[in-house]
Design a binder for this molecule. Structure first.
Ligand SMILES: [Zn+2]
Length: 107
């Protein structure tokens, strides 16, 4: 197949796939020789999704609204993400903007 992003040639490879820094496993994929983009066929994508659900990683990225608390603003961290990060009330975290559109939270 050809890469959808750059038109480069792809080769079959077994690649280690991780989500949110957690290794899901090794899967058959087509990897672009030019840009490195990885493609999974439908069956493999299904296997990855199944494993991701088993590990509690599926749907971990969430959209939340910014709220106002007194003079500050607050962003609620959904329970599933808090549990993944072992984040508890009273724990110190470090907020560092990476760009004007990306906030990193170190726990
Ligand atoms: Zn490519």
């Amino acid at each position: 197949m050809r890469c959808i992003l750059c038109g480069g040639k792809t080769i079959e490879k077994i690649v280690a796939h991780a989500e949110f820094g957690v290794l899901i496993g090794d899967f058959k994929s087509s990897v672009c020789e030019k840009c490195g983009e990885t493609y999974f066929d439908e069956k493999t994508a299904g296997k990855i999704q199944e494993k991701s659900k088993e590990l509690g990683l599926f749907g971990l990225a969430k959209k939340v609204k910014v709220a106002e608390v007194g003079n500050s603003i607050a962003i609620r961290i959904p329970r599933q993400i808090a549990e993944f990060l072992s984040l508890r009330k009273g724990k110190d975290v470090i907020l560092s903007p990476r760009t004007k559109h990306d906030l990193h939270i170190e726990v």
